[in-house]
Design a protein around this ligand. Structure first.
Ligand code: G3P
Ligand code: CA
Length: 322
């Protein structure tokens, strides 16, 4: 409630730059009137294996405003930077005979999956693994070289470089169910952090909990999956302002048809919520655009407050040209 009141006040103070529900989408402003931020999605993950210090560092060198670590937990309760709880797609674990017996089946988003799971490994064991490129078609030149970083290491990089930090708690309810709490170690690692921060999740409950525990800005992610809405993970926009400061929609939610904006940005802005859509990829252009530069320019023209980009350098170039 306090968050929503602050956002509304902010919107009043910057009335000339707040899009209202009746405004026409086009060259719309961001909520604050500032240029949109560029969030290096999993680091400069289009060029280097994702969620490595090397990929984050490259993003910093390119000038990204934020680096984005996705977070899962180890058996001994340490937050590490991985997109998935399963390890086979982004590490060399399948080639490590000493871990062969760790492979097991469990449910992943309602489907059985046989894999190696971060929650079955200690941090010391995770540190013996090396990162791999999970996306077909991207360079594998740097496979099996880089370590899996902890959140603390990413925080330290943010502090030394001054880049913003945008961590995402992955599957918090699953971690809670197996006795692993993400909130305390997250806030402990980020205590006193002075760089710009957003904390994001697809699950509303952890954001509601964090809203009681921290003043860091919070972002509710939206996949647009009706099952996620039905499960209460992704509440309607009008409920989000009670506990969060922004929303991170899948970019397809910003279009009703190729070239035709939806009213998502306008509605979110009307609730005082910043909008950070994901994910813009040079090598997988979306929503009917032929060139990623056109896709980015069209998103900026909608007044998005930032973009998650696998190739942050491109998002920065298009922002500069705008
Ligand atoms: O966090 C924004 C975006 O990254 C959400 O999708 O699956 O890439 O974490 P995902
Ligand atoms: Ca993410």
């Amino acid at each position: 409630m306090i968050r929503r009141a602050v956002a509304a006040l902010f919107c009043l103070m910057a009335a000339s730059s707040c899009a209202g529900p009746g405004d026409t989408p086009g060259d719309a402003p961001t909520l604050s009137g500032d240029p949109p931020v560029v969030i290096a999605h999993r680091g400069a993950s289009g060029l280097l294996p994702e969620h490595t210090l090397e990929a984050y560092t490259l993003a910093v060198q390119q000038g990204a405003d934020f680096i984005e670590p996705d977070l899962v937990m180890t058996r001994d309760g340490v937050l590490i930077a991985r997109h998935d709880r399963h390890l086979s797609t982004s590490t060399d674990v399948s080639d490590r005979p000493e871990f062969a017996d760790r492979r097991r089946e469990q449910d992943l988003n309602g489907e059985p999956r046989t894999d190696w799971w971060a929650e079955d490994f200690t941090l010391a064991e995770i540190k013996t693994l090396r990162a791999r490129q999970p996306y077909a078609g991207r360079s594998t030149d740097y496979d099996d070289q880089f370590e899996i970083p902890t959140l603390q290491q990413v925080v330290d990089l943010a502090i030394t470089s001054g880049v913003g930090l945008y961590p995402e708690t992955k599957s918090p309810s699953h971690h809670t169910a197996i006795g692993l709490d993400m909130k305390a170690p997250l806030l402990e690692a980020m205590e006193g952090l002075m760089v710009p921060v957003y904390i994001q999740s697809f699950e509303a409950q952890i954001l509601r909990d964090l809203n009681q525990m921290t003043g860091f800005p919070l972002v509710q992610l939206y996949s647009g999956d009706p099952q996620a809405a039905a499960a209460g993970f992704e509440p309607p926009l009008d409920e989000v302002g009670a506990y969060a400061d922004g929303v991170g929609p899948s970019k397809h939610l910003l279009w009703t048809a190729p070239g035709t904006p939806s009213d998502f940005v306008q509605r979110a802005h009307a609730f005082g919520l910043v909008v950070h859509p994901w994910t813009v990829r040079d090598d997988n252009v979306g929503d009917g655009f032929e060139r990623v530069e056109d896709e980015l320019a069209a998103l900026y023209a909608q007044g998005v407050d930032g973009v998650f980009a696998d190739f942050p350098e491109t998002a920065l170039e298009v922002r500069k040209a705008d």
